[in-house]
Design a protein around this ligand. Structure first.
Ligand code: NAD
Ligand code: MG
Length: 377
């Protein structure tokens, strides 16, 4: 029996790796739903490749164009995403939409008793408690796709959670691992987009350069594994071979290793709990040669401390951090904000937006909007 999968954000970097997995495991995985926002030609290719999948375009114009090309009805917009998230014949919904636009469809997928594979870490940062509470109430599982969380998920299998001492997230350090404070002040978008080990979408590439990506991942881990922030650590590991680790109370540390390819965590989430031979290249440790580890430079990269503060306080603060970061990254890419301006804007929003300790979804959305306004100035 094939796993019937919906992919939201199928035209992006994670979407592309997901399709690689689906092609390699076509006897195990069936793609029944696909969405993409504005890459219509890519969406058209996918619609042709998966003729029985329901397709959702970003807007009416995209849907009309596609429908004309392939002669079948095409969904669009948020309503279309909601429809895909609850497709009757789907078992698992993978959310790979950048930012928080995937939050409502993700909640809807859980409410519809689907398994939820989460690549979009922003939705867990904004509303992790709500997502996990919804999953606990319903029958679907939340399966991590982010490589660090997928690694931890694998290391925790069969273990007693009360024996976990800490989670250790690995971090490549990004393109500015060795930069000075003066270097950081003049970083351009082109320099920041060049990630040393991973090839990814633009937003996450900038997040990897500021280390906000790791900050978001600390909060993501806090909710996915129901663990307090003080038990979540970060270590710099430039080779990106150890994808993360779990330390147990006896001092034993389990690590998960594989080549630097998102196909592996995506596949593990899609086929969980089974393992199959897939498209991920085998890891040859002898050719990797060495694995290095070092402490993060939190003085130069304030993102980690800001995220620890937000994750520890909870309430609306992670949503504010996340939204301010999204807006600041856009402003940086548009040439309107300096590189250090990204964390300065996030800190300002965190100090300014009123704090709500136990927010409703509406209050989270309000906090998110208020943070974006502060960054826009
Ligand atoms: P991307 O920019 O390459 O792709 C984003 C996808 O989302 C595209 O299909 C786009 O059409 C769609 N999209 C964007 N905005 C949308 C909106 N408002 N409504 C509907 N659809 C929209 O991004 P990516 O690198 O694939 O990352 C996707 C998510 O996965 C991010 O949250 C990122 O943090 C996370 N992630 C990515 C990687 C990676 O290797 N790329 C690794 C771990 C986690
Ligand atoms: Mg990651």
């Amino acid at each position: 029996m094939k796993k019937r999968v919906v992919v939201l954000g199928a035209t992006g970097s994670i979407g592309e790796s997901t399709m690689r997995v689906a092609r390699a495991l076509s006897d195990k995985i069936e793609i029944v739903g696909i969405s993409g926002r504005n890459n219509t030609s890519r969406l058209l290719d996918l619609a042709r490749e998966f003729p029985s999948a329901r397709i959702c375009a970003g807007d009416v114009a995209g849907a009309t164009e596609l429908s004309h090309e392939i002669g079948r009805p095409i969904l669009h917009g948020e309503q279309g995403l909601m429809e895909l998230a609850s497709l009757q014949d789907a078992e698992l919904v993978l959310v790979a939409i950048v930012g928080t636009a995937g939050l409502k469809p993700a909640l809807h997928a859980l409410e519809s008793d689907k398994d939820l594979a989460v690549a979009s870490k922003e939705i867990l940062v904004m509303a992790g408690e709500l997502v996990m509470e919804t999953a606990a109430r319903m029958s679907g599982r939340v399966l991590p796709v982010d490589s660090e969380h997928n690694a931890i998920f694998q290391c925790l299998e069969g273990q007693d959670p009360s024996r976990v001492k800490r989670l250790i997230l690995t971090c490549s350090g990004g393109p500015f691992r060795k930069a000075s404070s003066a270097d950081l002040a003049s970083v351009t978008p082109e320099q920041a987009l060049k990630h040393p080990t991973w090839s990814m979408g633009r937003k996450i590439s900038i997040d990897s350069a500021t280390l906000f990506n790791k900050g978001l991942e600390m909060i993501e881990a806090r909710w996915l594994f129901n663990i307090p922030m003080e038990k979540i650590d970060v270590v710099i590991h430039p080779q990106s071979i150890v994808h993360s680790m779990v330390e147990f109370v006896d001092g034993s540390i389990l690590a998960q290793m594989s080549s630097t390819d998102m196909a592996l965590p995506i596949q593990f989430a899609l086929t969980y709990p089974e393992r199959y031979a897939g498209p991920c290249a085998p890891l040859d440790l002898a050719s990797v040669g060495r694995l290095d580890f070092e402490a993060p430079r939190t003085d130069l990269f304030p993102a980690l401390d800001l995220a620890r503060r937000a994750g520890t306080a909870g309430g609306t603060l992670p949503a504010v951090l996340n939204a301010a970061n999204e807006a600041a990254v856009e402003a940086f890419l548009a040439g309107k904000l300096s590189f250090p301006g990204i964390w300065e804007s996030v800190a300002r929003a965190m100090d300014t937006v009123p704090f709500v300790e136990h927010p409703t979804l509406d209050q989270l959305i309000e906090a998110d909007e208020a943070a974006r306004e502060i960054v826009a100035g």
